[in-house]
Write a protein that binds this ligand. Sequence first.
Ligand code: GLY
Ligand code: MN
Ligand code: MN
Length: 435
Amino acid sequence: MDKTEFKFRREELMDIMGKGSIAILSAAPMQIRSHDVHYPYRQDSNFYYLTAFPEPDALAVFIPEREQGQYIIFCRENDPYEENWHGKRAGLEGACEIYGADDAFPITDIDDIVPGLMESCKSLYYPMGYYPDFDDQIMGWMNQLRRRARSGIVAPTEMVALDQILYEMRLFKSDAELEAMRTANDITIRAHKRAMRFCRPGLYEYELEAEIKHEFMRHGSRSPAFPPIVASGENACTFHYTKNSSVLKDGDLVLIDIGAEFDYYASDITRTFPINGHFTPAQKTIYELVLKTQQAAFKQIGPGKPWNAANEAAVEVVTQELIKLGLLVGKYETLLEEEAYKRFFVSRIGHWLGMDVHEPSNYKIDGLWRELEPGIVMTVEPGIYISASEDIAEEWWNIAIRIEDNVLITESGYDLLTSALPRTVAEIEAFMAGI
Ligand code: GLY
Ligand code: MN
Ligand code: MN
């Protein structure tokens, strides 16, 4: 992504903050996997959004209208020995030259420098409650300043949740962000297709996962945006099943919920298909119910439509259709009011999508569901999950189907980013048959 993209974001943030304020963000810490081995490092989304700086052990500080420089990075210094073991670092020079900081200091100097930067500021913006060590550091610096009150030092008096501001900015995607998201989607679609073609009874779920990860990686997605879900048979009743360790059985369905991450942007697509390539009549019935629900939801998606409208349309269709199948018994209005559908329609219709698979931007503003606006990307993912139970006819047992697509809200409606992936019963069966 172009450097100017990040510069615009920093400028926008500093415009929102105004003079007399300071923002401090921490890079994500490294996480230990086992003993002295770490998980692959992934930068904190908010930190990356503003800096593009990919290393751990770093702090970014923004002080609007500060004459000696508004944007400061604290990071690891160059160290030939360490770099020989673990790879190149940007160093202080790189922080300025590559990542556009006005000034850079060693991360080891934060306790000496940061309190002094905070001292003249009334408002302190920081993402609260994400990294305990960072929270402690902030409070430590605040207390350091408060202790010096008699020398005329005034600590910031206002704390602002920086994360909320950044989530709001992140909700609206620029052209560059959309390009990354389209690529993430394209890669995920390829992986789904590969899994559909490769699937057959007798394989393990993780063998499909292997095909998926291979396809991700070879197209430049170095990590999934979330652990792949390959859930066959009753496993698909577990919403976020990730064990992926069962054998695929003839006659069962497999639910695959995957998303490539590309250039820090996520995709999130689910398809459910028959392991042997042919839906049974019962599976087809539920599949078409879910598809119909998704179509009803799509009709409520576009600029100006409240976030909740798609979910409301979905639960109405689900309730009507479950009554027709005898899976819900009673009066439509009563069942709807009692939310009886929740036994089978477990989660809401979707979520925002972006740098995080569950992009944390708010869904309500001043107590009202927010209206969809151009530039927002969201998922539309109805699902019906039927566990085995005495009070349900056996033909429906362990049918669990989710269909998940990604849409971009546009000026005139929405753009279905995942349209290239087979979705209907006929499309899936034809694709699996190699047609
Ligand atoms: N893959 C998680 C979700 O669909 O929300
Ligand atoms: Mn999702
Ligand atoms: Mn998903």
